[in-house]
Design a binder for this molecule. Structure first.
Ligand code: BES
Ligand code: ZN
Length: 757
């Protein structure tokens, strides 16, 4: 799946192929000799010789088609504008398309035969998104056409080749009428992200790969900017706090993280930085700046930056300059520290009485063991203090410790208003209780609430807060009505379950009993039936609550899943709303036997949609029976059954249970050489597989086993992934050692025991 490669698919029982390219970051050189570096831009004259009946595509539109003898043709494309090699693309295959003409240039979505209609949605939103970016950046999309192509074998999710964007099938083809809400949101995000790259990355390109964040951070921010404008009711900036921001803070809370701008020693290392730092931390930094300068000023500055550097290459400094010019603020000095250094601050708030607080900053590490030499930096931290009187944006903590006066008359305040900045905040224990009440009284925004629980969860993992404070806060918000807040509440309980999964049945069942109690009332109120009149948020909330009840083994909802599954495999596909398809499949597997495996595998082999196929594949990892898991793992080397692009899918569910996690590790170590051969570590997939095989562990002896296995092995190209997985394990080990007694006693004091089920 790198360079110029072949992708296979089956049509009417016949295996067919198409040829396609994936050059980013450094695989253009596999296809043709080139000065393969982002700053060495050139124009490209591309011609393809192929069988007459095949569709030939490239970055530009067709200039000429010359018939050659022997049933062949030569398709000559117009010269491209000046561009980087990693954005060149060409495709040959039997392809059909749908076309949308709502925009200035034609937009086509190509797919293999039979799926054309599923491209209509992406074509439509592309037309709207391109028009939106034209206007906001004040620079028209410069190419004569824009093609989006669904590819059956694809390493990443999508790729922004200039004028010829490629996708994994499920990331671009979708039927919006029957799609799962999160699936629809994902397709929208991916399409908008790749279209944003047509300006950020394609028109203006980072000077070198150490500036990757300029591409990916921007495309991420811009995808949500466009999504928010086109779908205001999706409220994507709210879910940003639970998704992108938390991804950034989680990875960057590890010792093995890296600065946004990272020096690269070897070309092959660049694949390792396509991670949550370049994407999510990069984008969160932009969000912080846009919040500071105001969105309009920010976008104006960005437009100036694009105009000034179009067709060229930039360094981070160029961006800061344009933003400084437009805002009159010293953006460079403030922001440099954020891109050049690893990590972020933990802000500790001490209350001095009389509306005075003392605020201190230190480096935050999830393992809770920061050393003095790791804690030397002082960030300019925007405190943005929220009180009942409004938000004080002037308070900046630019020294280690400083006192601030609060402008409040009702004892309410919260730091990091709307969670727009990159840090975590720890309060005194009374304040957590008061903030819990403030949430109920409506004094906190959705972003505030989601951020507060996320901070509480992370702080309990790392030992800055006792996990019982998190549980108290969670319990006190059981009447919450917002899906984003709920998603943070339930995902945190999920993290506790995950980290403490080896602590025995008593522990697990008490936690399950708590989860069930937490969601029970809201779930009963809302039900798990979906209707066309449900809003986006309502669908997400129902899905979340139902999923939590099921994964906590609530007997009633488990039975509902089993019944739905049987009806579904019995042929009544309409019983299963796609929002709960994954939940039902997983539950069937978790409680299922050989016969269930056969049924799920049959769904996988004969799915009615690509999304259904993926759901079934993920669920295959959820069985609890060792023999079945062996079968599933065997499938991962049968590449005609499970494509290499999907190897990791069953591993996602396998690593979350005690049997699966051990099976997975045994399989990984036994097949290590074979795995390396199938997934060369230079490509990012091997790092993903390693992470998934290691990060499920939570015990000291498990970690030692992993470390011993890799001793003396060549870790080139996946050393970062491995170190990050081990850091995750380390933080779980200390969390469990520190808090398991107190969690258990909290649960039993609150009446949650095994017997309550
Ligand atoms: N430029 C990347 C594709 C890419 C990823 C190339 C990794 C080489 C290595 C593309 O724009 C991208 O970011 N794709 C994301 C999806 C996006 C919506 C976050 C992906 O593939 O996951
Ligand atoms: Zn991207």
């Amino acid at each position: 799946m790198a360079g110029f490669y072949r992708s296979s698919y089956v049509e009417d029982g016949e295996t067919k192929y198409l040829a396609t390219t994936q050059f980013e970051p450094i695989d253009c050189r596999r296809a043709f000799p080139s000065f393969d570096e982002p700053a060495l831009k050139a124009t490209f004259d591309i011609s393809l010789i192929a069988k007459k009946s095949l569709t030939c595509l490239s970055n530009m539109d067709v200039k000429d088609t010359i018939l050659l003898g022997d049933d062949k043709k030569k398709v000559v494309f117009n010269t491209t504008p000046v561009m980087s090699t990693y954005l060149v693309a060409f495709i040959v295959g039997e392809l059909n398309y749908v076309e949308n003409n709502d925009y200035r240039v034609p937009i086509r979505v190509y797919s293999t035969s039979g799926s054309e209609k599923l491209g209509v949605y992406s074509a439509e939103i592309s037309a709207k998104t391109l028009a939106f970016f034209d206007k906001k950046f004040d620079i028209p999309y410069p190419l004569p056409k824009c093609d989006l192509v669904a590819i059956h074998d694809f390493a990443a999710g999508a790729m922004e080749n200039y004028g010829l964007i490629t996708f994994r099938t499920v990331e671009v083809l979708i039927d919006p009428k029957v799609a799962d809400v999160n699936g629809l949101k994902r397709v929208t995000e991916v399409v908008m992200h790749e279209l944003a790259h047509q300006w950020f990355g394609n028109l203006v390109t980072m000077d070198f790969w150490d500036g990757l964040w300029l591409n990916e951070g921007f495309a991420t921010w811009m995808s949500w900017y466009a999504c928010d404008a086109l779908y205001p009711d999706w409220k994507v900036w709210q879910s940003y706090v639970t998704d992108d921001l938390q991804q950034a803070l989680s990875l960057d809370g590890l010792r093995s993280s890296h600065p946004i701008e990272v020096p690269l020693k070897r070309a092959n290392d660049v694949n390792q930085i396509f991670d949550s730092i370049s994407y999510a931390k990069g984008s969160s930094l932009l969000k912080m700046i846009s919040n500071w300068l105001g969105e309009e000023t920010f976008v104006k500055g960005v437009s100036n930056y694009l105009k000034k550097h179009k067709w060229g290459n930039t360094k981070t400094r160029d961006l800061w300059e344009s933003l400084s010019d437009v805002s009159g603020k010293d953006v460079n000095t403030i922001m440099d520290i954020w891109t050049k250094n690893v990590g972020y601050p933990l802000v500790t708030v001490k209350e001095l009485g009389n509306n005075e607080i003392e605020v201190t900053q230190n480096r935050f590490l999830t393992t809770g063991d920061v050393k003095e030499e790791e804690d030397q930096l002082i960030y300019p931290v925007f405190l943005t203090i929220k009180t009942s009187k409004g938000v004080d944006t002037s308070a900046v903590l630019d020294v280690r410790t400083k006192k601030f006066k609060l402008d409040t008359d009702d004892d309410f305040f919260k730091i990091n208003a709307d969670q727009a900045c990159i840090y975590r905040t720890v309060y005194e224990s009374d304040r957590w209780i008061k903030l819990g009440k403030a949430g109920i009284e409506g004094k906190l925004s959705v972003e505030d609430k989601a951020g507060l629980v996320a901070d509480a969860a992370s702080l309990s993992t790392s030992g800055f807060l006792s996990t019982s404070s998190l549980l108290n806060l969670t319990q006190s918000w059981a009447n919450e009505t917002n899906d984003v807040v709920w998603s943070e509440l339930t995902s945190n309980i999920g993290s506790i379950k995950e980290a403490f999964k080896f602590e025995g049945a008593e522990f697990t069942e008490a936690l399950q009993s708590f989860s069930i109690d937490l969601v029970h009332q809201k779930l009963t109120e809302l039900g798990h039936e979906f209707s066309d009149s449900d809003s986006f948020g309502e669908q997400r909330l129902k899905k979340l609550l139902f999923g939590t009840a099921v994964s906590s083994n609530h007997p009633k909802y488990v039975q509902i899943c089993k019944d739905l599954f049987e009806k579904f495999v019995g042929g009544d596909k309409s019983v299963l709303n796609s929002n709960i398809r994954g939940i039902v499949f997983n539950c069937a597997a978790k409680t299922g036997d050989e016969a269930t495996f056969e049924k799920l595998f049959d769904i996988y082999q004969n799915p009615s949609s690509a999304e259904e196929k993926v759901s079934a594949l993920i669920a295959l990892g959820a069985f609890r029976d060792e023999k079945i898991l062996d079968k599933v793992l065997d499938l991962l080397f049968q590449f005609d059954v499970v494509k290499k692009q999907d190897t990791y899918k069953p591993m996602i569910s396998m690593r979350t249970n005690t049997i699966g996690v051990e099976k997975l590790w045994a399989w990984y170590t036994t097949n290590y050489e074979k795995l390396i051969e199938a997934h060369p570590p230079q490509l990012s997939m091997f790092g993903t597989l390693t992470k998934l095989s290691v990060a499920g562990f939570a015990k000291k002896e498990q970690k030692e086993k992993v470390v011993a296995f890799f001793e003396g092995k060549d870790l080139a190209y996946f050393d970062k992934s491995l170190a990050q997985a081990l850091d995750v394990v380390t933080s779980k080990i200390s969390w469990v050692e520190r808090d398991s007694d107190s969690i258990l006693s909290w649960l039993s004091t609150n009446g949650y025991t095994k017997s309550k089920l």
